[in-house]
Design a protein around this ligand. Structure first.
Ligand SMILES: *Cc1c(COP(=O)(O)O)cnc(C)c1O
Length: 470
């Protein structure tokens, strides 16, 4: 031993570690403000982490949306922005990137994901039609409802159970879909709204077998499938890891195959596509494309920029190519998993299996003494910020909003606090700090009281609602 090269800890225990396939070229300093300052900041923000100033945050796990670190190649691409009003060369680069990696025929650029959701909803939903989907997403469902549609959850039951270890908790329950078709008739179904790595279920993937079977069922009735492709790279990683026959297939091939069973997709490029702003809609049908391309000029901008600058589109085109690289996706998901394993080892309740982009703490089990209408997940997010300046987000009763019929809160089964990991931004040491802070507030859980809502906005209330301590 002594006359050999020193060994790393990993080798001593027969372990081989993975590491991020990048190195850091530029840094952004961060600091933690004092506990008294955090208390004041939290009160000023009405106990809503969306209302905190970023300068008061130490490690920001609010969202993975628009928070990715761009690569040197993407920054170089920013210098190649062609800021022509019409026909920018960066648009054509983006169009080719989407066509070649996702495989759809027609592309409409938008300023971000909800711009694309607006276009597809208005283009294909007739008032009174149903939109079955594998669990709702906030902005997606709102645009479907604003177009006169009625969202129906057809995800498998396991998705609503935070302790179920089902490998593909994002799968559509085909029996539930069949029952809806039998009840309302295929003509009353606008389309199936399918999401990769289902955000609200804890970042849970959809299997290829499921999307294939879904396609067969929909083909029997002439129903289209549109995909929320926001986190498809992570979904493809889970297929590669868990689904028989895909272990040797590259992420890029899995993505192309998955998308081939759908008729189109909308995208929040702020997530998986590694840019700070941007989005797109891509479809295979010319009629839908025509409608969407006509509407984009009203709401977003000309159909060759859709609200993005030329440089944004260039960074996005490069981001798409970087995001399908196997070593990148593997490091991305494994960093999330590293944090999840630390917390699991310490007995902290969270959604299992750990998803692709975030840890979802199970606030109902974390604070069993706080009733759901005293906002346990919102409380957890507030306590975590207070303890260490780590910013997380509520995904429970506040996010679920009110039932438009009865006016009462919707009471979702899942009451979660999301720790979302930005892409290529934080190191393993940051993950350690986060895990230790969650442990500290867990150890103090019995002393913690809930919140009451003192201001409630009409739409997407979780963004701007204000709370006080009970
Ligand atoms: C973020 C997100 C959207 C909306 O996209 P924005 O870019 O925020 O407008 C839609 N669907 C899912 C699953 C998302 O995570």
């Amino acid at each position: 031993m002594s006359n050999e090269f020193p060994q790393t800890m990993g080798q001593q225990f027969g372990r081989r570690s993975w590491a991020e396939p990048w190195k850091i070229k530029m840094v952004e300093p961060i600091k933690m403000i004092s506990r008294a300052e955090r208390e004041a900041a939290l009160q000023e923000a009405g106990y809503n982490t969306f209302l905190l100033r970023s300068a008061d945050v130490y490690i920001d796990l609010l969202t993975d949306s628009g928070t990715s670190a761009m690569s040197d190649r993407q920054w170089a691409g920013m210098m190649l922005g062609d800021e022509a009003y019409a026909g920018s060369r960066n648009f054509y680069h983006l169009e080719v990137a989407i066509q070649s990696y996702y495989g759809y025929r027609y592309v409409v650029p938008t300023h971000q994901g909800r711009g694309a959701e607006h276009l597809i909803s208005q283009a294909v939903i007739k008032p009174g039609q149903y939109i079955p989907g594998n669990m709702y997403f906030t902005t997606t469902r709102l645009h479907q409802e604003l177009a006169g549609g009625i969202f129906v959850d057809v995800i498998i039951d396991e998705a609503h159970d935070p302790t179920s270890e089902h490998p593909f908790k994002g799968d559509v329950d085909l029996d539930k879909l069949q029952a809806l078709i039998d009840k309302v008739g295929a003509a009353q179904i606008a389309y199936v709204s399918l999401a990769g790595t289902v955000n609200m279920a804890g970042g849970q993937p959809v299997s290829l077998a499921n999307v294939k079977a879904l396609r067969e069922l929909c083909d029997q009735y002439g129903i289209r499938i549109y995909l929320d492709a926001t986190r498809m790279m992570e979904n493809c990683f889970f297929i590669q890891e868990r689904e028989e026959g895909y272990a040797d297939k590259p992420i890029a091939a899995i993505l192309k195959e998955f998308c081939s069973y759908t008729d189109g997709a909308w995208m929040s490029a702020k997530k998986d596509n590694l840019v700070n702003i941007g989005g797109w809609l891509a479809v295979n049908q010319e009629d839908v494309f025509d409608l969407a391309r006509n509407m984009v000029v009203i709401y977003e901008g000309l159909h060759t920029y859709g609200g993005m600058s030329g440089r944004d589109m260039e960074a996005l085109a490069i981001g798409i190519e970087e995001a399908v690289q196997d070593d990148y996706v593997k490091a991305r998901v494994n960093q999330v998993r590293y944090l999840g394993e630390l917390l699991t080892d310490w007995g902290i309740p969270l959604v299992q299996p750990v998803g692709g982009h975030a840890i979802f703490l199970d606030a109902k089990r974390f604070y069993p003494h706080i009733p759901q209408n005293e906002f346990p997940s919102q409380t957890l997010a507030a306590e975590l910020y207070l303890d260490s300046g780590v910013r997380s987000m509520e995904r429970g009763i506040v996010s679920a909003g009110r039932d438009p019929e009865t006016g009462d809160h919707r009471y979702p089964r899942l009451e979660l606090t999301r720790l979302t990991i930005p892409r290529r931004v934080y190191t393993q040491a940051h993950m350690d700090v986060v895990a230790e802070s969650v442990k500290a507030i867990y150890d103090n859980r019995e002393q913690t009281r809930g919140l009451k809502m003192v201001y409630e906005p009409k739409y997407l209330r979780f963004f701007q609602a204000r709370f006080e301590r009970i």
